[in-house]
Design a protein around this ligand. Structure first.
Ligand SMILES: *Cc1c(COP(=O)(O)O)cnc(C)c1O
Length: 370
């Protein structure tokens, strides 16, 4: 089976983890700080706070932004559920904005959704392709909103030659096993804002401030959202290879782009000149004529050893959200769900693997086209 994405662990990664396991500190030591410093250097941002998942990181960023009861937050329905779930967790109301053909929030539709209750915009860089960072930032600034970017897919991605992470007030990354690079489970928030940085650290660790000697004070509710030292060691080791990972995925993506250039049964997502994608996913968008057959196509490809996946069912289509908010409808997001398939694209694939995927895909789709 060629999965749609997978981790790439080498001997150096293993050695770094083992070194920590043999040391005195498994948590709350120097590795986490070293990892955070590496992240800030790589992304060219002031602060990074690591968490034990991107879900925790999202929760902490929403709390730091002071999102709470009665606040409306404009966000995308095409994401993993955690992006909206954590809004519910802090009591805020997700207002889903429709998307563009590339799966990213349609920045042209945001303004119309802004009300006196709107407090933030939460975007997602779908598949690793950056959202329109400057435009969303400008809308946020004009309307006095906080801009949070869930860049769980987009570590290493760029917008106008700057890394994703240096535009929004806070940007979240995931280090889950199959995200652009991994700590097993893990995530982080990056920001240039010192106030957010201090809040994020408090929320990560019980809301406790250490004072002289044994004295400490708890100033607000916090959690244990900390990353372990061995996870940080893995992250540090992996981060050294992030550019290599992206280059390898780029080779696979470019091969597909070329192979599918004149394809009529589906389209692919263009990455424009001013962007660099991490290529966390390689989405294809099936032609209308194939929508009804998608489930069969999915099963047949899986049976051929091609680990396709669908990203994502619009968040509001989940029963929890239907019960809570009734029916929501973003036409483009619904259409996107009907046509999207993510095909394998990861750093352990060879060009032969990519050729196999491309040929099988075309073979299966042709059988279903009338
Ligand atoms: C994976 C993912 C998350 C959750 O990340 P975890 O590290 O698994 O908690 C959140 N948002 C998006 C867009 C994701 O892809």
């Amino acid at each position: 089976m060629i999965p749609y994405s997978r981790q790439d662990i080498n001997e150096a990664d293993i050695e770094e983890v083992v070194k920590v396991l043999r040391s005195s500190h498994l948590t709350q030591g120097a590795k986490v700080e070293e990892f955070e410093e590496s992240i800030t250097n790589y992304l060219d941002v002031k602060y990074a706070v690591t968490f034990n998942s991107a879900t925790s990181a999202l929760h902490a960023s929403y709390l730091s932004a002071d999102l709470c009861e009665d606040d409306e937050v404009i966000t995308t329905p095409i994401s993993f559920v955690a992006t909206s779930n954590m809004l519910i967790e802090v009591g805020a109301k997700p207002i889903w904005c429709d998307i563009k053909l590339d799966g990213n929030i349609d920045e042209r539709l945001i303004q119309k959704l802004i009300t006196s209750k709107t407090k933030a915009i939460v975007s997602v860089d779908f598949a690793g392709k950056s959202v329109e960072q400057e435009k969303i930032k400008a809308i946020a600034k004009e309307n006095n909103l906080i801009f949070i970017d869930d860049a769980s897919h987009a570590f290493g991605s760029e917008f106008n030659s700057k890394k994703v992470g240096s535009f929004a007030d806070m940007t979240i990354f995931s280090f889950h096993a199959i995200k652009p690079f991994t700590t097993g489970e893990g995530g982080c928030v990056v920001t240039d804002n010192k106030e957010y940085y201090e809040k994020l650290k408090l929320i990560r660790s019980h809301g406790v401030i250490k004072k002289e000697g044994y004295s400490f004070d708890m100033t607000q509710i916090g959690y244990n959202y900390r990353l372990t030292e061995f996870a940080a060691a893995l992250g540090l080791s992996q981060l050294k290879r992030i550019d290599e990972f992206i280059t390898k995925r780029d080779v696979i993506a470019k091969y597909y782009d070329q192979a599918f250039k004149h394809e009529k049964l589906f389209s692919t997502i263009k990455i424009s000149e001013n962007l660099k994608s991490s290529h966390h996913l390689y989405p294809i968008l099936l032609d209308h004529s194939l929508h009804c057959e998608k489930e069969l196509i999915f099963k047949e490809l899986q049976a051929e050893g091609i680990g396709v996946q669908v990203h994502y069912k619009p968040i509001y289509e989940n029963s929890f959200y239907k019960t809570k908010f009734g029916n929501t409808r973003c036409q483009s997001a619904n259409d996107f769900y009907r046509c999207e398939l993510s095909i394998p694209c990861h750093q352990q694939m060879s060009l032969d693997d990519a050729e196999y995927v491309a040929n099988k895909l075309l073979e299966v789709l042709k059988q279903h086209s009338k």
